[in-house]
Design a protein around this ligand. Structure first.
Ligand SMILES: Cc1cc2nc3c(=O)[nH]c(=O)nc-3n(C[C@H](O)[C@H](O)[C@H](O)COP(=O)(O)OP(=O)(O)OC[C@H]3O[C@@H](n4cnc5c(N)ncnc54)[C@H](O)[C@@H]3O)c2cc1C
Length: 365
């Protein structure tokens, strides 16, 4: 995947989206997906930016619908996150069952499951920090429903490597696959993977009829397991200097919006809090991605430390932040995030309740 180097490059990409081709091919590993998630997850653009651009280009609702629906999944997960802030460690509905252990299969960590599409997907995840949605589903299914590992640590491992790592989209998706957020589990067999990933694997542990799942035995290649420790490397920073006559805009790993409050002058600080990374560790390439986008915002300073330490620097001044369920800092003035459907703001146990409300609004577009 070629990463965008500037905000205008992201906007150009949005302008070049073909929503019809997207709808037809998005489930295929080589389908015409947008690859916008790193920029959406990091708050560089919003889901609404993408929807507004599609609408202004004059597509019909039918043409836009598949992409609008996927973007709505993201907003839906964010809303769940607002109401269930511990969803990275607590099942939304019922605990996964059965569970053999709370570790990770070594063959997954080493990209040696023997399933070509999964192994190359894991390598891409480690090297580029990206993975196609279907491959994420296959991998989560093999880990939780075939190897019977509890969803929590593997989800944290995937989050660690993803450029688009998002606490809601990631952990809820793992729960969804493992049957912790709903009363079903997700399975895919080898035929399904071969079809969507253009591979020809045969005689793998997934080469079974769908009726054979869940498998009675954990396949031998998935049995050796290990715990892992995920460490965030501290970012080397210079001492920050705060202009005492200006308010401060606070940026985080989930808010790197270069358009935010640009009409006036502010101190602009990216807060990287080690305590946050203890709970949500990030790989070097992900943190590099965050820092590189922060540095594109003029005047940005990077602070590696706690909120309390930062407040000492900004004593008495107004501090603005953008709303986020996991990065709530006391004493700040909170700006709302952009949503596709700001009016749908409650908790919905399933996407379909949310989507029914959304469809009524879309019908009026
Ligand atoms: C196990 C698992 C873990 C995941 N972890 C994350 C994560 O940490 N961060 C993340 O942003 N997405 C996550 N997803 C959702 C999805 O895989 C990615 O958003 C998608 O692959 C990003 O690629 P894209 O931008 O080309 O998507 P496109 O298909 O082009 O979709 C456009 C946008 O819609 C949103 N979107 C699309 N599909 C989904 C989906 N299934 N759920 C939520 N939003 C979606 C994303 O913002 C995406 O950028 C996860 C899915 C699974 C199954």
């Amino acid at each position: 995947m070629k990463l965008a180097q500037s905000y205008s490059e992201i906007l150009e990409r949005i302008q070049s989206i073909d929503p019809v081709a997207y709808g037809k091919s998005r489930n295929f590993e080589n389908g015409k997906v947008t690859e916008l998630s790193p920029y959406i997850s990091r708050g560089i653009i919003s889901t609404k930016t993408v929807v507004d651009a599609l609408r202004s280009r004059g597509f019909t609702i039918q043409q836009m619908l598949p992409l609008v629906q996927q973007l709505s999944w993201r907003d839906y997960f964010q809303r769940v996150g607002q109401h269930r802030p511990n969803l990275d460690r607590e099942a939304l509905r019922a605990e996964q069952d059965p569970i053999a252990h709370h570790q990770l299969p070594i063959s997954i960590l080493e990209a040696k499951t023997g399933i070509t599409a999964i192994d190359r997907g894991i390598l891409k995840l480690m090297e580029e920090g990206m993975m196609h949605n279907h491959v994420r589903m296959y991998l989560a299914s093999i880990t939780t429903n075939v190897a019977k590992a509890h969803w929590c640590l593997p989800a944290k491992w995937m989050y660690y490597h993803l450029l688009d790592a998002d606490f809601a989209s990631n952990f809820i998706s793992w729960q969804w696959v493992a049957g912790a957020s709903r009363d079903r589990k997700y399975f895919a067999n080898q035929d399904n993977i071969n079809h969507f990933c253009n591979t020809n694997d045969r005689n793998t542990f997934l080469d079974q009829d769908m009726e054979s799942f869940p498998l009675k035995e954990i396949p031998a290649v998935l049995k050796p397991k290990t715990g892992i420790s995920l460490v965030t490397t501290p970012v080397e920073t210079e001492a920050i200097s705060i202009n005492p006559h200006l308010p401060t805009c606070l940026y985080t790993v989930y808010n790197l919006d270069p358009q935010w409050r640009q009409e006036k002058e502010y101190n602009r600080i990216l807060l990287l809090d080690p305590l946050f990374f203890e709970r949500f560790p990030m790989a070097d390439h992900t943190l590099d991605f965050v820092v590189s986008w922060a540095q594109k915002i003029p005047g940005m300073q990077i602070f590696w430390g706690s909120w309390d330490e930062l407040v000492n620097y900004c004593r008495g001044q107004k501090i603005y932040q953008k709303e986020h369920p996991h990065l709530k800092f006391w004493g700040t003035e909170v700006d709302e995030r952009d949503w596709i459907f700001p009016e749908i703001d409650g908790f919905f146990p399933s996407f379909f309740g949310f989507w029914k409300r959304a469809e009524k609004i879309i019908a009026r577009w």
